[in-house]
Design a protein around this ligand. Structure first.
Ligand code: ADP
Length: 418
């Protein structure tokens, strides 16, 4: 049998999913990253990666044909000539790059995804000012480095991870300003996600792991794109709404759209574009007022076909970027009815309105017409909410086929997804 392994390095844990040629899931393995010490994080990731592989039964492991890995976007490492990290990795949400933002603005003409304190580019430029940088030979994303541990080749990444580094995903090259940096030799070579890099190293297929020497390792992707790949959306006009702590929209389109000020940008997905934006509204606001159990019980008492007259903009603090780009936008949670069912109805309905406005904005900017919305995240199981959202969106709203990033990455390994 032929099996394919996708590995997801998320924020709280690492998971591996093995699929068969027909995309069915054979097994899942996991490793918690929640209690890692901040010292030698890279070594902990290596331990997690090796543990995931070892948890796969030997007979299946031997028949793995390909492996792909996704990492958290903008989690990066600085390595020496042998791939050893020279410093602790800088995590996705680390904002130390704020000190080099002015430099980036000048370099890039101020209008790109990289003008952010947490972008991979900000982290690279921050590192370039540290003494350790003189020894640096490679700048890699988390997924690149983990894959290197398996295939042994340094300096290779994919254009999903490289977007926040400043890679031009339209022209498929680094822009001149990036190539002209004095340390551009550290930049990885960029390939399409799911491209075969090499087979596993002899070390990896030895008696410890017993992988086949023919098992291939592919370029990876980021965790959120991997989750999109898992959803089943594949045609222009199909979208995935993630109803987690925040509200994240992703719409597959034949046109690339960008509006940096609203946080809207496009990832390349084969011959299509994955357009999207994220609002600060979402499940975190619901959790502030209701327990998960209350959300289930009270939602069942809502008549989804009856519009709520309450017009909120549910936020926990001031400001949103998408679909309304206003750092001073005030949360609107008044008037507050004494009946909790009515209050929840107003919140769900208002978030559905914001979601619809978001898709409207993406379409106004040129994205394809919305035809179908798949839902992921904690709010996906709320069928009352799905019906309310369908009333606003006017297209079918269903749960995503699968929401696991590891599954989307296994599809990459199968080389069918992109
Ligand atoms: P994240 O990974 O972004 O933290 P999850 O995808 O785990 O979030 O989803 C958690 C969110 O889902 C919580 O904020 C919670 O309020 C919301 N949630 C949980 N159950 C329901 C429900 N039945 N209806 C609506 N929202 C829910």
């Amino acid at each position: 049998m032929n099996y394919y392994l996708g590995i997801d390095f998320g924020t709280s844990g690492a998971r591996g999913i093995v699929i068969e040629r027909d995309k069915t899931i054979l097994l899942t393995v996991q490793y918690s990253l929640e209690h890692l010490s901040k010292n030698n994080l890279a070594l902990s990731w290596q331990t997690a990666l090796y543990s995931l592989i070892e948890q796969i039964p030997l007979e299946i492991r031997k028949q793995l044909q390909a492996i792909a890995i996704n990492g958290t976007s903008a989690t990066v490492l600085l390595c020496d000539a042998y791939g050893n990290p020279l410093d602790e990795p800088i995590l996705y949400n680390d904002g130390r790059g704020v000190t080099v933002l002015e430099t980036i603005k000048k370099l890039t003409n101020d209008n790109q995804i990289v003008v952010s304190a947490t972008s991979s580019l900000a982290k690279l430029i921050w590192w370039s000012k540290q003494t350790v940088f003189t020894e640096a030979k490679y700048f890699l994303h988390q997924a690149d480095w983990l894959a290197f541990l398996l295939h042994g080749r340094l300096g290779i990444s994919d254009y999903h991870n490289a977007l926040k580094l400043g890679y031009d995903v339209e022209r498929l090259c680094y822009p001149d300003w990036l190539q002209n940096l004095p340390f551009s030799n550290l930049l990885p070579q960029i390939l399409a996600p799911g491209t075969i890099i090499d087979s596993v190293t002899p070390n990896i297929c030895d008696h410890r792991f017993s992988l086949s020497p023919n098992c291939l390792v592919c370029t990876g992707t980021t965790d959120s794109i991997a989750a999109f790949l898992a959803s089943g959306a594949s045609q222009p006009g199909e979208a995935v709404t993630s109803l987690g702590s925040t509200l994240v929209l992703k719409l597959l389109s034949t046109t690339k759209i960008d509006d940096a000020s609203s946080g809207i940008y496009s990832h390349r997905l084969g011959s299509l574009w994955l357009t999207g934006g994220a609002s600060n509204t979402g499940g975190a606001v619901l959790r502030h007022f209701f327990s998960d159990e209350e959300l289930i019980n009270l939602s069942q008492k809502i008549d989804s076909q009856q519009p709520s007259l309450l017009e909120y903009y549910p936020l926990l603090s001031q400001g949103d970027r998408f679909p309304i780009n206003d750092p001073n936008l005030e949360p609107k949670l008044q008037p507050r009815p004494s009946n909790r069912v009515e209050f929840l109805h107003g919140l769900l309905e208002s978030m559905a309105r914001i979601e619809a406005l978001g898709y409207q904005k993406l379409q106004q900017l040129g994205a394809d017409k919305l035809t179908q919305v798949y839902t992921a995240g904690g709010g996906a199981k709320n069928l009352t909410w799905s019906k309310i959202r369908q009333r606003y969106l006017q297209v079918p709203v269903t749960s995503a086929i699968n929401t696991e990033a590891a599954y989307g990455t296994a599809l990459l390994a199968l080389n069918l997804a992109v």
